[in-house]
Design a protein around this ligand. Structure first.
Ligand code: HPA
Ligand code: ZN
Length: 318
């Protein structure tokens, strides 16, 4: 099975409609949809914001560590079936602490499920604490300081949510603090935002990877920089179709990106909302005629090389 490492995955985006209803019932949370079909009927997005509104409304069902653990385990089981052997996953603590859920419940629930998956299935992982960029820099900094005080392992920080109007430079101090702590750093850039946001993520935030990065193709000098430095781009094809970043999969720039020597990887982003997990993304790309066998091997190798796994684990994954 080909997919190896998944590097761009939001845990909150893995909540399937059935799970949302099941956890809502368990926690006696009332949902604004009468049934699963009504919820599913809302999965027609016009842009990033229309998705974010639904996704972050649905996390209202998550209240206790068990809920966060169940969400994480369900993703890991499904990803394993897709051929994923190493997963680096985003979690947005602010989306939960803002609702009054204690940070410790959130972090311990997720981290417990990740370590259990390593123990039981040998599936390695890393937790990336992501900040909602439409919130203030102060809020992101306070969240970073709070997670650092907990005895819960995480490997890095990320930046997600509404991109346009919230440039990477807004979070310069937070990323500087994370770098001083020896944490890995990634940021969503160039999904809806301009190439300038990718430059800022590289030059101001000193990120190790760019999440999405599609719009780098509008700036030849930027492409040269990304190729020269072999900065990984975690591309999400089905997400791009669903959020209208591309018109259809057949016009997706993945093949062009590979062709230009960019270090791209394929990822599922928010699989419960965008029509599938990592295997579904690869199947759709193959169906659209985008990938040669050599490309598949390249993408698998890129996913290992672009991961934050240690060198011993990378050798095992090869
Ligand atoms: N972009 C920005 N924020 C997000 C995304 C995305 O694709 N998915 C979940 N949060
Ligand atoms: Zn994303």
């Amino acid at each position: 099975m080909l997919p190896i490492a998944e590097l761009h995955l939001h845990l909150e985006g893995t909540l399937e409609p059935e799970t949302i209803f099941a956890i809502a019932e368990r926690n006696r949370v009332s949902l604004p949809y009468k049934d699963i079909d009504e919820l599913r009927s809302r999965y027609a997005f016009t842009d990033l914001q229309s998705f974010l509104d639904l996704c972050y409304a649905n996390v209202a069902v998550l209240l206790a560590a068990q809920d966060f653990s169940d969400m994480t385990t369900a993703y890991l089981d499904r990803a394993r079936a897709a051929g994923v052997r190493h997963a680096e996953v985003f979690l947005n603590p602010q989306a939960h602490t803002a609702r009054g859920v204690p940070l410790r419940e959130v972090m311990e629930g997720v981290a417990g499920a990740l370590s259990e998956s390593l123990r039981t299935h040998g599936m390695s992982s890393g937790l990336i604490v992501a900040f909602l960029r439409d919130e203030s820099e102060e809020s992101a900094m306070a969240t970073l300081e709070a997670v650092l005080t907990l005895d819960v392992p995480f490997i890095g920080i990320g930046l997600d949510s509404a991109e346009v109007g919230h440039p990477p430079s807004k979070f310069a101090r937070v990323f500087e603090r994370a770098q001083a702590e020896g944490l890995h750093r990634v940021a969503h850039a160039g999904e809806e935002g301009p190439p300038d946001y990718i430059w800022e993520a590289l030059d101001v935030l000193a990120v190790n990877r760019i999440d999405h990065g599609n719009r780098c193709l509008e700036d030849d000098q930027l492409v040269r920089r990304l190729v020269t430095d072999q900065v990984p781009l975690t591309v999400c094809p089905l997400s791009n179709v669903s959020l209208k970043v591309v018109n259809e999969l057949s016009s997706h720039p993945l093949a062009a990106m590979l062709e230009r020597g960019l270090k791209v990887t394929v990822n599922s982003d928010d699989p419960a909302y965008f029509g599938g997990y990592l295997d579904d993304n690869f199947d759709a790309l193959i169906e659209a005629g985008h990938l040669e066998p050599a490309d598949l091997a390249r993408l698998a190798r890129n996913s290992i090389e672009a991961s934050f796994a240690d060198s011993r684990r990378k050798l095992q994954l090869e």
